[in-house]
Each structure stands twice: as structure tokens, then as C-alpha cells.
Ligand binder design. Structure first.
Ligand SMILES: [Zn+2]
Length: 86
């Protein structure tokens, strides 16, 4: 018997079925990534003010880049917290 790692399409069977996420900024053209609208950015950061990774939010790489930039801007403008204390 060969002892090799199982690879290939069968490995996908182990995964729970996730809802396919699409980038909300690609979907909704009216949704702007803007530091002046922190209510939009607030959905993409944790309660502690950390930026959520792409794999959680489903944001595409292009928009994620824009997002991090705007979140950082919003922090400087004191519209979003750098970190939240307990
Ligand atoms: Zn996008």
C-alpha cells in the first residue's frame, strides 16, 4: 500500500458547505469604500477595530486593498478606532 497524501477533488468533501460569498462592493455599485462613511467600514472590522480578512468578508483583492486604505484613513480621522479597550 502506498502511503501518500490524499489530494484531488475528493478532499473538498470534508468541507462544510459554505455559502458562496461575493464581494459586496462588486455586487453593489452604490456601496462606496470611503473613509467618510464609517458605517460601511464598520461591517468589515471586528468589534476591536481590526480589519477582517478577505476570507471572512468575501471581499475581492482589489476592493480589500482599497478597504484597508480607507479604514486606515478613517482611523486617522478618528472615525474608526485603532483598537478598542476592554
Ligand atoms: Zn470587489
Amino acid at each position: 500500500m502506498q502511503n501518500r497524501a490524499r489530494r484531488g477533488p475528493s478532499t473538498q468533501r470534508n468541507r462544510p458547505y459554505y455559502k458562496r460569498k461575493t464581494c459586496r462592493f462588486c455586487e453593489d455599485k452604490n456601496l462606496k469604500i470611503d473613509y467618510k462613511s464609517p458605517q460601511v467600514l464598520r461591517n468589515l472590522i471586528t468589534e476591536r477595530g481590526k480589519i477582517l480578512p478577505r476570507r471572512i468578508t468575501g471581499t475581492c483583492s482589489r476592493h480589500q486593498r482599497e478597504l484597508t486604505l480607507e479604514i486606515k484613513r478613517a482611523r486617522i480621522m478618528a472615525l474608526l478606532p485603532f483598537s478598542v479597550h476592554d
